[in-house]
Design a protein around this ligand. Structure first.
Ligand SMILES: Cc1ncc(COP(=O)(O)O)c(C=O)c1O
Length: 426
C-alpha cells in the first residue's frame, strides 16, 4: 500500500470502529500529542476526576473518619470484585493491595513454604526486572537453598517454550512468568504452560501487568492458580495505583502470608497482640489501604467492563496489525527492526521497534518542535521504542500520524545532537 492508501485505511477503520466514542471518556488536553504510552501509564478518565473531587470534598473533607464504615471498606471489596470481572476470576479470588512487586513477594514466600525440599525456581529473561529481583531476594532471604534459573529467550523477543518446559521437573518449586513480556509484547499461552507445570506438580505465578485490560483473561477457565499485576497501565488506574493478587479459591486456606499485618487479621479492631489471620484472600492484606488511589481506579474499571474485553481485544488486534503494516512499509527501510512477535495472536497490545538511535528518536518525538505533532512512546534499553496501543483511547489515524512522525525524525536525522543522557523515567 502507498502512504496515501495507508492513511485512507486509517480513516476508514476509525469510521467503522465500534469503540471510537470511548476516547471521549478520557481527558485529552492536546489533540496534537499522540499518546502511545498507555502500556506504561494509562490516561485519566473524566469520571475519575469527578470521583476524586467527591472523595476529597465529601468523603474525606466532610465525613472524615466515618467514611471508613460508610464508604471505604466496602469500596475495597467492590473494586476487587470489578477487577475479578476483568480477570475472569471469582470475586473472592482477587485482592487489591500494595504493589505488584510486594504481592509477588508475598505469593512466592507463601508458595515456597508449601514446597519443602524442592529447590528450583524458574523464570525467563523476558520477565520484568522487579519480578526477577523479588525471586533473587527470596532465595537470599531463605538462606540460598533454592536455585533461580532464568531461561534465555530467542532474540529478546520470544521465549523458547520447549527449553522452558524441559527445565520444569519434579524438583521445581515454582515457575514465575509475565503473561505479556514488557519489552517485546510476546504473549504466553498461560493456560498451556500452567497445565504443563501442573502435570509435574509445579505451581505457576503469572504477572498480568501487561495483559490485564489489553487481552481477555480467563483465570478461572484457564485453571490458573496464582497471579499478580498492576492497574496503572491498560486499566488506567492512575500513577502508583494499587496492584492486585489472585489466588484460586481452593488454594487460599493452605497459604500463609509472610507479612503479618493488622489488615490481614480476622478482627483488627480488637487490637489483640497475637495475629490470627482470616482464611480468605484478605490474609494477604498488610496495612491500611490507600483509599484515594483505590477510589481513582473504580471509574476506570467501569469503562473497561462496559466496553468489554473481547471488543477491546478485537480493536487491539486490528490496530496492532495496522501498525505492523505501517512499520513494515514506512520504517523498515530506515534501519528499524521489529522487536515483537510477527503473529498478532502472540502479541499483547504494544509493538516494539528497535533502532540504534532509539533513545534519541524517542526524545525528539516527545519534545521537539521540529515535528508537527509530538508522540509519546517509551524507550526500553538498549534500543526498543515501545508503541503502546490502548484501544479505549487510541485511534487508527493516531497510529498513522505517529509512524509518519517517526519516519520524519529518522529521515531527517533530527535525533542528532539529542542528549544521550537517559532520563530517570523513560
Ligand atoms: C510486568 C511488570 N511487572 C511489575 C511491574 C512493576 O510493578 P510495581 O511497581 O507495581 O511493583 C511492572 C512495571 O512496569 C511491569 O511491567
Amino acid at each position: 500500500m502507498t502512504t496515501d492508501e495507508l492513511r485512507n485505511k486509517a480513516v476508514e477503520l476509525d469510521r467503522k470502529d465500534p469503540l471510537k466514542d470511548y476516547r471521549n471518556k478520557f481527558v485529552i488536553v492536546d489533540e496534537n500529542i499522540i499518546y502511545l504510552d498507555g502500556n506504561s501509564l494509562g490516561r485519566l478518565p473524566l469520571a475519575t476526576k469527578q470521583k476524586m473531587r467527591d472523595v476529597i470534598d465529601n468523603e474525606w473533607g466532610s465525613n472524615l473518619i466515618n467514611s471508613w464504615n460508610d464508604h471505604w471498606l466496602k469500596r475495597m471489596q467492590k473494586v476487587s470484585a470489578k477487577l475479578a470481572i476483568i480477570l475472569g476470576a471469582k470475586e473472592n479470588e482477587v485482592l487489591l493491595a500494595d504493589s505488584t512487586s510486594l504481592n509477588l513477594f508475598k505469593l512466592v514466600c507463601a508458595i515456597l513454604n508449601k514446597q519443602a525440599g524442592k529447590t528450583k525456581i524458574i523464570t525467563d529473561d523476558l520477565n520484568f526486572p522487579t519480578d526477577v529481583y523479588i525471586l533473587e531476594g527470596v532465595v537470599s532471604l531463605l538462606g540460598n537453598k533454592h536455585r533461580l534459573i532464568i531461561v534465555d529467550s530467542i532474540n529478546n523477543t520470544y521465549p523458547d517454550v520447549n527449553v522452558l518446559k524441559e527445565s520444569i521437573d519434579e524438583n521445581t518449586a515454582l515457575v514465575a512468568l509475565s503473561h505479556v513480556a514488557f519489552k517485546s509484547g510476546y504473549k504466553y499461552n498461560a493456560q498451556e504452560i500452567t497445565e504443563y507445570a501442573c502435570s509435574k506438580g509445579v505451581p505457576v505465578i503469572w504477572d498480568l501487568s501487561h495483559s490485564a485490560g489489553s487481552v481477555p483473561i480467563h483465570l478461572k477457565d484457564w485453571q490458573i492458580d496464582y497471579a499478580v499485576g498492576c492497574t496503572y497501565k491498560y486499566l488506567n488506574g492512575g500513577p502508583g495505583a494499587p496492584a492486585y493478587l489472585y489466588v484460586r479459591e481452593e488454594l487460599q486456606k493452605e497459604l500463609t502470608s509472610p507479612v503479618w499485618g493488622w489488615f490481614g487479621d480476622s478482627s483488627p479492631f480488637e487490637f489483640r497482640l497475637n495475629f490470627n489471620p482470616v482464611e480468605t484472600i484478605e490474609k494477604f492484606n498488610v496495612g491500611t489501604p490507600p483509599i484515594l488511589s483505590v477510589s481513582a481506579i473504580e471509574p476506570a474499571l467501569d469503562i473497561t467492563i462496559e466496553a468489554g474485553m473481547e471488543a477491546i481485544r478485537i480493536k487491539s488486534e486490528l490496530q496492532s496489525e495496522y501498525l505492523m503494516e505501517l512499520i513494515k512499509t514506512e520504517l523498515l527501510p530506515f534501519g528499524f527492526k521489529i522487536g515483537s512477535p510477527v503473529d498478532v495472536a502472540e502479541r499483547g497490545s504494544h509493538l516494539s521497534v528497535r533502532h540504534e538511535e532509539g533513545y534519541g528518536i524517542t526524545q525528539v518525538l516527545i519534545r521537539s518542535k521540529k515535528i508537527s505533532k509530538n508522540v509519546i512512546p517509551d524507550f526500553r534499553t538498549p534500543n526498543n521504542i515501545r508503541l503502546g496501543i490502548s484501544p479505549l483511547f487510541n485511534s487508527f489515524i493516531e497510529l498513522y500520524e505517529a509512524v509518519k512522525m517517526i519516519k520524519r525524525v529518522v529521515e531527517n536525522k533530527l535525533y542528532a545532537g539529542y542528549s544521550s543522557e537517559i532520563n530517570s523515567v523513560t
